[in-house]
Ligand binder design. Structure first.
Ligand code: ZN
Length: 144
């Protein structure tokens, strides 16, 4: 299922943290800002600050494509996403209450061919493997 409230996908990484996440002294307004900034090396604080300062999550996503990608990104990106989601869905937040009120499997249906974090429903992706990592992490947090 895709979880919606007030007509929006409330578990989108574009939705702000209830309280901005501060990491290495840098404040991140949304999970997208945080995730994209972590693509930069740990000591590349200028790059991380630049992503954190993006005006919108969409701009943060583009800024993340421009940073010099850390060499271990593929091995850490799931942990980075889990960290961001644990902050966003921290106990006591309204978003956690919404998550806790679900019982269904959580699948990030999409149409942009993202079969790693979600499940693209287009005919072209029908025979591909759909990992749905975002949905899996959300269920892991919900069911912990
Ligand atoms: Zn597709």
């Amino acid at each position: 299922m895709i979880l919606r409230k007030d007509g929006r996908n409330w578990f989108s990484n574009f939705i702000p943290f209830e309280t901005p996440v501060v990491y290495q002294g840098i404040s991140y307004p949304t999970p997208e800002h945080f995730y994209q900034a972590m693509k930069a090396n740990r000591d590349d604080l200028a790059a991380r600050r630049s992503v954190a300062a993006a005006g919108t999550p969409g701009q943060a996503k583009r800024a993340g494509r421009a940073v010099a990608l850390r060499s271990d990104w593929n091995t850490v990106k799931v942990d980075v996403m889990r960290y961001a989601l644990e902050k966003k869905f921290a106990p006591g937040t309204s978003q956690r209450m919404l998550l806790d009120n679900t019982t269904e499997p959580i699948v990030e249906w999409n149409s942009w061919h993202d079969n790693y974090w979600g499940y693209c429903t287009c005919p072209r992706c029908a025979k591909k493997q759909h990992l749905n990592m975002l949905g899996k992490l959300l269920m892991e947090i919900r069911d912990a």
